[in-house]
Design a protein around this ligand. Structure first.
Ligand SMILES: Nc1ncnc2c1ncn2[C@@H]1O[C@H](COP(=O)(O)OP(=O)(O)OP(=O)(O)O)[C@@H](O)[C@H]1O
Length: 624
């Protein structure tokens, strides 16, 4: 139950799904998809660009201007070479060099604008992607997180998005500039010398086809490298969050070794991807410049024969150098763009994972005012990733304001009942209702708003004590937060912290004791002030003294609400109006403490075991 409970505390509106399988299914199709078109995944970014049409248009304008300015330079050079180098043309030289300066100034301005626009566009789109990804992560829950590894997801949120930013901010702009430059130069080459151009154009397929082939290999390898890195990150994140367990079992060395192997794998994969990129670069540079040399050779012969002027050849050579350099640069950044395509694919997988549990199109409104009734109608349930049914035909009715305890051996399915009530999962058969409405027909947010959960495994965030309690109600005032803490018997220990309510609690509440965390969770629930209260082992980490105090706080909390209490310690449940006894996923007994003891069934056996264990007899334990 850990994940569900944590998810509940982390984000009250998270929903459940079981889409890991769907993700995995998709993942297995990946190589074939990759084979079809290496840049196809980038299509998923189009809607993100579309949001910033103005900025994209300005970027393209700056790009075109910079390209035109560059393309103007060789024409000026030709004039200078053919007519400029003679003493009676001094005025001509001045005007041409002045024009050249203007062109260079336009080029500089347009390049700066392009750089600024393209970089901020990259940052903007990546910020949106991260935001979208996090939003999706908050919508997916229980079923998905049962198998997903948080470290791997974090790697997508950070490393993959960074790669996309690099591609947009740098590679895409370089590629676009060079594509324009290449096309512009080719046109100008044809204008300058159709004969030489034909020679160059004939060489192009030999350049482009291998570049595309190399690019695809780079992409496949880099996707593999990113996957290895994500695996290493996932392992590191687990080891770091469980560092005390690692140290307690002297597992530092094996953990280091394990991580070392993973990181080495990631390195090897990255090296292989880089090797493919390096080969691509070498190939691109060689083939492109070799073509230029051959062209120059032919051109030189034409000048010697007198069929071409030196200026025209200079102009042609400059255009062909531009075209070649353009192609060379495209070749270089193609690898990076291919890598970004791999990263996009990984992100899109997550973005496209649909939450199984979401708001119906026409949700049925829960009646107001809230009554706090709970109804389980013949509910059977198996966890999506579980090995079999966990609940079998569970049926019960809880009236508004009733206090019901759920007891039973470990693994009986008690927390699962809570998970279904919070709608982290949907049962396979039967129906769960809140205030008479099947929760599958209602908005999950509305259902969860009516329920306050004090989980078994309390999530504390690296925020102040104040903010941690206010999690129960974002709009609560300082006074309300402190009043809730007082009622939960948390006020005293919070005030003793170095900065009182403003003390930042360590990540996952590492600075707090188990009992303190539970009291924070109780304060949260008090602040939420929901009509239905779920207590999952809420006092399990408390010492006897705190338990008496917290029990008093819980009494306040449970007053005038429907409450469902899971407890192993029967002393804490005996005052319930009714006790549901579960065993192996079924409801086996139901009644008050007295009637159940009289029945001599499972409850009586559990009670006897527990009280005899402590050398106490049930009635005296009741006084606690
Ligand atoms: N997310 C999950 N995925 C698959 N199986 C699960 C999951 N959570 C719980 N289970 C299984 O469901 C069964 C019931 O678990 P549940 O947590 O509801 O028991 P419980 O009665 O609350 O136990 P405890 O008192 O120890 O908390 C157990 O067999 C458990 O292994």
């Amino acid at each position: 139950m850990r994940y569900q409970v944590r998810a509940a505390t982390l984000a009250p509106h998270v929903q459940s799904c079981s889409l890991q399988k769907q993700m995995t299914d998709r993942s297995s199709k990946r190589p074939r998809k990759a084979g079809r078109s290496s840049l196809r995944p980038l299509k998923a970014l189009v809607p993100y660009f579309a949001r910033y049409r103005g900025r994209v248009a300005a970027t393209l304008a700056a790009l075109i201007l910079a390209t035109l300015a560059t393309l103007a330079i060789p024409m000026a050079v030709r004039r200078v070479v053919d007519f400029g180098f003679s003493a009676d043309n001094v005025g001509f030289i001045d005007s041409y060099f002045t024009m050249l300066l203007v062109v260079v100034a336009v080029l500089a301005g347009a390049s700066a604008a392009r750089f600024y626009l393209v970089t901020t566009l990259g940052e903007r789109i990546v910020a949106d992607l991260r935001d979208g990804l996090f939003t999706r992560m908050m919508q997916l829950s229980a079923g998905f997180y049962d198998t997903a590894r948080s470290g791997e997801i974090l790697s997508r949120l950070t490393a993959d998005t960074t790669q996309i930013r690099a591609a947009i901010s740098f590679a895409a702009s370089v590629a676009l500039r060079n594509i324009m430059m290449f096309l512009g130069s080719v046109v100008m080459m044809v204008v300058t010398s159709p004969g030489l151009s034909a020679l160059v154009l004939a060489a192009i397929p030999f350049i482009v086809v291998p570049i595309l082939w190399f690019g695809r290999r780079v992409r496949q390898r880099s996707r593999f490298a990113q996957d290895r890195l994500a695996e290493a990150s996932a392992y590191a994140s687990e080891a770091i969050s469980g560092v005390r367990t690692v140290q307690a079992f002297n597992q530092e060395t094996p953990a280091r070794r394990y991580f070392g192997v993973r990181i080495e794998d990631a390195f090897q994969a990255a090296r292989s991807a880089t090797a493919a990129r390096a080969a691509l670069t070498a190939f691109a540079i060689f083939i492109v410049f070799a073509s230029v040399v051959i062209v120059l050779w032919w051109g030189a012969q034409a000048v010697v024969d007198g069929t071409m002027t030196g200026g025209r050849l200079s102009q042609f050579v400059l255009y062909s150098v531009f075209a070649a350099a353009g192609l060379g640069e495209i070749g270089q950044v193609w690898g990076e763009i291919s890598q970004a395509a791999g990263a996009t694919e990984r992100i899109v997988e997550l973005l496209e994972t649909e939450p199984e549990i979401k708001k119906p199109q026409n949700p049925v409104a829960l009646p107001t005012p809230a009554r706090g009734e709970v109804h389980f109608d013949d509910v059977s349930f198996a966890y999506p990733q579980g090995s079999g049914p966990v609940l079998h035909n569970v049926a019960f009715d809880i009236k508004a304001g009733e206090r019901v305890a759920i007891v039973g051996p470990s693994g009986a399915g008690k927390s699962t009942v809570f998970a279904l009530l919070m709608r982290f999962y949907d049962p396979q058969t039967g129906s769960v209702m809140v205030d008479g409405v099947p929760i599958t027909e209602a908005d999950p947010e509305e259902v969860r708003r009516r329920i306050a959960l004090v989980p078994q495994d309390v999530a504390i965030f690296a925020a102040t004590a104040f903010d941690n309690i206010r999690f129960g109600n974002e709009t609560a005032s300082r006074e309300a937060v402190e009043a809730a803490a007082k009622a939960a018997h948390a006020d005293e220990f919070i005030r003793a912290l170095p900065e009182g309510y403003d003390t930042v609690l360590g990540e996952r509440g590492i600075t707090l004791s188990g009992g303190q965390k539970q009291r924070i969770a109780i304060a949260r629930a008090l602040l939420k002030d929901a009509p239905i209260l779920l207590l999952d082992e809420a006092t399990s980490s408390l010492d006897a003294e705190s338990e008496v105090a917290v029990q008093a706080a819980l009494e306040t909390l449970m007053k005038d609400r429907t409450s469902l209490v899971i407890a192993h310690r029967l002393a804490t449940v005996r005052n319930a109006d009714r006790i549901l006894v579960m065993e192996n996923g079924a409801l086996v007994e139901e009644g008050t403490h007295q009637t159940l003891i009289a029945k001599s069934g499972l409850y009586a056996r559990l009670a006897e075991l527990q009280f005899n264990d402590g050398g106490r007899e049930p009635e005296s334990a009741a006084a606690e």
